[in-house]
Design a protein around this ligand. Structure first.
Ligand code: GDP
Ligand code: IMO
Ligand code: MG
Length: 416
């Protein structure tokens, strides 16, 4: 088995979709292992932009199976919409497979997610896709699994039980019930429409040799290793592959971490290198930093070398793909965070004891290259200052950068 994994190294939106699309050329399967419709992965078919939320980014490759693994939480209503969107573009959806053990997001989960965000004035800033409440039900052992869709009676009975529980515990009142009532019929209809995609994924995964695994979100949003509580409710880091697909980590040949050449974050939570100045605005404008799922503006800042080094360590990254380098083309000066100042002390490594809200980044300054990288195909043809920037990141985090992305298109790539 030659298995490669693509994992978000930062707070999501690093360009995983583009890199998965690129690397899926020879893949027999592309498989997602966690998350759900909170993801927004952008790929291009010719010049047409396609944003995928739940379906793996290998879908543009005709011969490639797209596995939605047991660790995912699947929203049938949104999945049907995504399948229809692809069919309308003449993209075949025949090779999609949903694990029977994946959990199902219901209108109730989405309601609870929305209500919690409203009640707390967007404390986390979730995508309101029902992700947290669905994983709560999973771990509370009261969730609906994809296999239950094959048995309409069981599906309805679990759903009604959950609804009754929520009304009895006043998590939902009569008016609120009306809010979700309108979606229930569509939910059951959509469940029926995705029924035929549910099949054994385990035997397929173990029968193929060339598998590409696609992470959603990013390492710093990991429920265990991210900036808790400002995280998602799954394990996007490499450890999640084992639980979310049943693939032993010893089978992974390459674990490729995707990092933007700067940093972004959507939603709340600490972000030491965030820029609330003209440089931050410039990154947001040139980088079109608006969420692919919610449209929210992404917070922008400089590349955080300390967080990246941590990400490389816990994921066991063998390679890095550095994306959106072109967005830095017109900056006179570029900065990388190489340490944190905390209570008068200089720290050079990430620690679980760190109070990230109160660290001050220590920066190393780089001269910008002030050149358009458009069309460059060979690392040696990059401007001197650009190569220095890349080489510094590589040596600082101790992981080789083997892919450099300089534009959204499949061909705007430099492989080292
Ligand atoms: P994902 O969630 O990690 O798949 O990333 P998103 O799709 O949410 O966000 C990445 C955005 O950057 C998308 O609009 C991509 O088309 C775009 N993108 C990816 N790589 C590059 C790159 O190298 N340069 C530029 N300019 N855009 C890129
Ligand atoms: P992709 O796969 C960026 C963020 C949300 C919020 C937190 C929790 O496109 O990189 P959730 O809805 O998961 O409970 O929200 O996680 N978040 C993402 N940020 N990219 C994503 O996915 C994200 N998925 C969730 O903004 O801060
Ligand atoms: Mg995204």
């Amino acid at each position: 088995m030659a298995i490669k994994a693509v994992i978000g190294g930062q707070w999501g939106d690093e360009g995983k979709g583009k890199i998965v699309d690129l690397l899926s050329q020879d893949a027999e399967i592309v498989a997602r292992y966690q998350g759900g419709a909170n993801a927004g992965h952008t790929v291009y078919k010719d010049d047409e932009k396609i944003v995928l939320h739940q379906i793996p980014s290998g879908i543009l490759r005709e011969d490639c199976f797209c596995v939605m693994g047991n660790g995912m939480v699947i929203d049938p209503i949104e999945l049907v919409e995504e399948i229809n969107m692809l069919k309308n573009k003449n993209i075949s959806t025949q090779k999609i497979l949903i694990s029977p053990h994946a959990h199902i997001v219901t209108p109730l989960h989405k309601f609870l997610d929305r209500k919690n965000e409203e009640k707390t004035n967007n404390f986390i800033g979730t995508t309101c896709k029902g992700i947290g409440p669905c994983y709560v039900d999973k771990y509370n052992r009261v969730g609906i699994r994809a296999i239950d869709i094959k048995n309409q009676e069981k599906l309805k009975s679990i759903f009604v039980d959950r609804l009754n529980d929520c009304t009895m515990t006043s998590q939902i009142n009569d008016n609120e019930y009306k809010e979700i009532e309108s979606e229930i019929e569509l939910f059951f209809k959509s469940c029926t429409q995705i029924k035929n995609y549910i099949d054994d994924t385990f035997n397929l995964l173990f029968s193929k040799n060339n598998i590409l695994i696609e992470g959603a979100q990013g390492t710093l949003l990991d429920i265990d290793h991210g900036t808790y509580p400002f995280v998602t409710s799954s394990s996007p880091f490499s450890g999640g592959i084992s639980t979310g697909l049943g693939i032993p980590l010893t089978k992974l040949e390459n674990i490729i971490g995707i990092f933007k050449a700067y940093a972004t974050r959507v939603g709340s939570g600490p972000f030491p290198t965030e820029l609330n100045d003209s440089n931050g605005k410039k990154l947001q404008d040139i980088g079109s930093e608006f969420g692919a799922t919610t449209g929210r503006p992404r917070r922008c800042g400089w590349f955080d070398g300390i967080a990246a080094k941590y990400s490389c360590m816990i994921n066991g990254l063998t390679d890095i793909a550095l994306t959106k380098l072109d967005i830095l083309d017109s900056f006179e000066e570029i900065y990388i965070c190489v340490g944190y100042e905390y209570k008068g002390q200089e720290l050079n490594n990430y620690s679980e004891l760190l109070d990230l809200d109160n660290v001050k980044p220590i920066y190393k300054k780089f001269k910008g290259w002030n050149t358009n990288l458009n069309g460059i195909k060979d690392f040696n043809m990059l401007p001197f200052e650009c190569k220095e920037y890349i080489k510094f990141i590589e040596s600082f985090v101790g992981t080789k950068i083997s892919i450099i992305s300089i534009g959204p298109g499949r061909n705007e790539i430099i492989q080292k």
